[in-house]
Design a protein around this ligand. Structure first.
Ligand code: ADP
Length: 244
């Protein structure tokens, strides 16, 4: 099933990109990168490059979809045709439709949807370059774009995956590890509430391995949460400096 073309973990216990099993890829986050959207964020996580933009709360079209007691949260996850090595069709694939739903459901618990009846909040996610773990990086960026749009939130949502490659449990899998590894467990967390908003598992793990992977992913989420808060603060410090 999983052809081992090359070893994913070398004799020193390091991964293909030199990371230790518990090490995240380098992460760079920027908030407020698009002036035409109400809120936006950009994340680079390893080779992943992802933009998230938010519009709303705003009047919902078509109107018959509006709900009398809450806002409708809509999410579109899309991979650019140039985001992977072989041109991807720009039309939404089954995977993108599923990920749009999964990402929306991971973000929904962080919002007070009842504050804005009869409206919609739209989240657009564009994966410019993909290298594994894009659903998690998309959640991390989209949560910041929602905050940047000034939408009241219970907490930010930080997301990170862990999994198993060559019998080793590792965090933040890149594409090669995702494809050749045996399991992948993406997790999203509202750290202040210790509330999980996404938990999936692809592949096989024993209960013990699952617990280890799950805890590693949670630890990754907490580290990413710190970076999210720094990125959010950096934007508002910048605004303050411009105003002064
Ligand atoms: P995630 O990006 O959340 O890990 P998947 O496990 O479905 O989601 O995808 C893993 C990786 O596979 C993606 O991050 C991307 O690098 C790669 N991938 C996804 N779709 C395609 C595609 N159409 N062509 C080539 N690579 C793809």
């Amino acid at each position: 099933m999983n052809e081992k073309i090359e070893k994913l973990i070398n004799d020193k216990g390091l991964r293909l990109d030199g990371r230790k099993p518990e090490e995240l890829r380098p992460i760079k986050i920027e908030v407020g990168v698009l002036s035409n959207a109400d809120g936006s964020a950009y994340i680079q996580q390893g080779k992943n490059k992802i933009l998230a933009a938010v519009y709303g709360p705003k009047e919902l079209h078509p109107k018959h979809l509006a709900l009398p007691d809450r806002t409708v949260l809509r999410c579109r996850y899309h991979m650019a045709p140039f985001s992977v090595q072989e041109r991807k069709s720009p039309a939404p694939s089954r995977r993108e439709i599923e990920l749009s739903k999964v990402i929306r459901e991971a973000l929904e618990p962080s919002l007070f949807l009842e504050y804005y009846p009869r409206t919609a909040i739209d989240i657009f996610i564009e994966v410019l370059q993909a290298d594994g773990g894009t659903r998690c990086a998309s959640i991390t960026a989209a949560s910041l774009a929602l905050a940047d749009a000034g939408i009241p939130m219970r907490d930010l949502v930080a997301a990170c995956a862990a999994g198993k490659v060559d019998d080793t449990i590792v965090v933040d899998l890149m594409d090669a590890e995702d494809k050749k590894g045996t399991a992948d467990v993406p997790v999203a967390l509202m750290p202040n509430f210790n509330a999980i908003t996404l938990l999936q598992m692809d592949g096989d793990l024993t209960m013990k391995e699952f617990e280890k992977a799950f805890n590693m992913a949670l630890e990754g989420c907490r580290k990413i949460y710190t970076l999210q808060k720094e990125a959010l603060k950096a934007k508002y410090l910048n605004v303050k400096e411009v105003e002064e």
